[in-house]
Design a protein around this ligand. Sequence first.
Ligand SMILES: Cc1ncc(COP(=O)(O)O)c(C=O)c1O
Length: 371
Amino acid sequence: MVYLDNNATTPLRDEVKKSYINALNIWGNPSSIHAKGQQAKSKVDEARRNVANLFNVRSEQIIFTSGGSEANALALRGVMEASDDRRLVISPIEHPSVYKMAKAMEEENICIVSELLVNSSGVVNIGSLEAFLKKNDVALVSVMYANNETGVIQPIGKISDLCLQYGVALHVDAVQVAGKIPLDFIKLNVDLLSVSFHKMGGPKGAGALIVNPKISMKAVQIGGGQERNRRAGTENVPAIIAAGTTANEVASKMDEEYKHITNLHNLLEVGLKDISTDITIVAEKSNRIATTTCFITKNLNAETALMALDIAGICVSSGSACSSGKVEPSYVLTSCGYTKEQALSALRISIAKQNTQEDINYFLNEFRKIK
Ligand SMILES: Cc1ncc(COP(=O)(O)O)c(C=O)c1O
């Protein structure tokens, strides 16, 4: 089988798998003061230090969550509920865990949501951000680092400079870049950063929200005092331990892995363009993360292509979402100005460190047959 859907999830790294299996023996509750509890607490603390090192923050800045969606929910709800300002600014191409959450919060009367303008690659228009910031009622800006469907990278430096200038908090969903390219929280100058470990060879059930200590936020999940009263609930100890191992692994291998991914990315995109002029790579000329290639093909139905590729043993993804039996075009692509038909032809190939040249060549050969 050729797995090229790594933006959905990645296989466990070998070291992480070992660590995860061993961690199943650490079954104490980290909140218990007896030895069994303290054994678990010390392992969670160690994992927290490893994760903090990866992002150049202090351990106290890490809030472990169940994954990226929960980290995003906590950032949005936590900050908006603690602020007197009512405006939440997002881009129209955010992951649903930000986009739909923002809309749900607006319906609950927690905030007013404003959407930034984006260009035909989905890159945020900085002028439209400044126009909102000038309104003086913005509590939070939330813009993703790289888009999960197209790989397009946002100008986070410029966005953070502007937010700093207007004294507004900035949340960045970095789920698709964490563990792939270096992310230094201090240098990025952001206030909240969401990451998810199953996207970088780590376990499912572990993510983190990294928080600037200056930011006021309310807990969303209330109960015990875990995670410094910011996220109640007994910690997912084995997943957190495995997340710590993941952080160590990616810290030492990231550069080498990203070079390998970039080589495969180039092979893929040259090969796709060679197949037919009917193929257009989305945002080809924009700054993108090398893991991700989204392309549209004239007169292709992505769902049918997906099934044909699946039969050939290839796992990829389409941009569309299936809701109540009806296939909906990707709102990310329609926000970039693609037509419904173009969006319904979009396929996403996402590469990770375990992929090989043979994987890419096999995909290209099979796609040539069905195109
Ligand atoms: C950009 C982005 N944010 C958030 C998420 C949600 O992460 P999780 O699956 O860990 O909840 C994803 C998952 O695909 C994503 O791509």
